[in-house]
Design a protein around this ligand. Sequence first.
Ligand code: MV4
Length: 450
Amino acid sequence: MFRKLLVANRGEVAVRIIRACSDLGIETVAVYSTADADSPHLEMADQRVCIGPAAAASSYLNMDAILQAAEQTGCQALHPGFGFLGENALFAARVRQQQIAWVGPPPLAIARMGDKAEARRAMKAAKVPTIPGTEGIVEDIDVALAAAGDVGYPVLLKATAGGGGKGMRLCHDEAELRQGFVEASIEAEKAFGNAGLYLEKVLVNARHIEFQVLADHYGNVVHLGERECSVQRRHQKLLEEAPSPVMGSSDRAKYGHVATQAAAAIGYTSAGTMEFLRDKDGSLYFMEMNTRLQVEHPITEMVTDIDIVGAQIRIAANEPLPIRQIDVELEGHAIEFRINAEDPDLDFKPDPGLIEVFEPPTGQGVRIDTHVRSGYRIPPFYDSMIAKLIVSGPDRSTTIEAARSALANFRIEGVKTTIPLQQRILNEANFINGNYDTSWLERLLAGKEA
Ligand code: MV4
């Protein structure tokens, strides 16, 4: 096992990685920008290195500074967390080139899945059901028109370098497709330096369901079941749950098998997530693969009792997975709430500043992942997530009830948070009965949901 690991991130995920390292007896080196110099969690690490000024481009995205910190402190491994350099194939390759173990998938897998059209092609070749659409990127408008004619309108144009909803364009007819094609390529070129687009048929009223996989360097791949992530607003998830209220054990086994086969087919290792859209008829279609640890990984940890970050580190240290698929048992239910410092009255504008009081709930089945304490000042330079509340219980209704109480007992003063909205969601009939899809929350907020 590694002696020392560099945590190339900040905030709650840095804390999560440090905790996994302590459990494994690994020393940690935290890196921080000047804006995070007094972040209380830096004391949890064994060493700290300042890597630059507040702007992420000069610090948490500064590969040279981070690699130098790793070298200087004699780290044998590096965990990138999520966001920042978490899915950067070049960084992964540079870490490895410096003889440091990259706690993540091979750089080639990151690059391949990062190109969303290429990922679709690879998944199709691995016999994974993909959303009807183009084989690769759309060369010109005539190819786009022909593809839309084949699959039927409405269609979505998606940037191959995009992902997570960035650079998508909905087209209802030929005229919209002609205009959208030009505009979307220009936008994609500007945003990603890559104008490539692919086209898919639109699945309406679908649900976002994703499968967690773990793969080691000896060909062992397991899935840890699914997470339901349909409660979103403008591609920002407000809560996630595991298992999905609509997945039965036979669907789970079927699509879990698909996900592990696909991971094996692309030579994937470490933790990864296959995102699917679930159509109204219950079929799942591959959408994207995330080649990183995800924000919502704790709900899977709660229902499987598997430490995903610990598993990533062990895999990076060339240990074989200690479990086979039959050893993975799902038990109970878990819901995660992303507590963001945002003002719902100002269209969820980030609300950074001093957190005067921070008193999280405690009790059985309550887990808090955070870097925050009373007196912490949220810097305005990064994201607005200040904590994750994870509630678990024996079944979904007990867990919802426990979550209501946990949210009611979460005292945060000084900044506005998403908690009131999350409390409202828990009292909505269609949330309680599991009857929601990816546009449900936006309909609710627009007053269009019964
Ligand atoms: C779609 C879709 C419907 N049909 N693709 C949004 C995020 C990005 N990963 C892909 N997204 C979507 N792709 C087809 N062919 C609907 C969405 C979508 C969505 C997906 C997951 C969760 C929330 C969403 C909200 C709006 C649209």
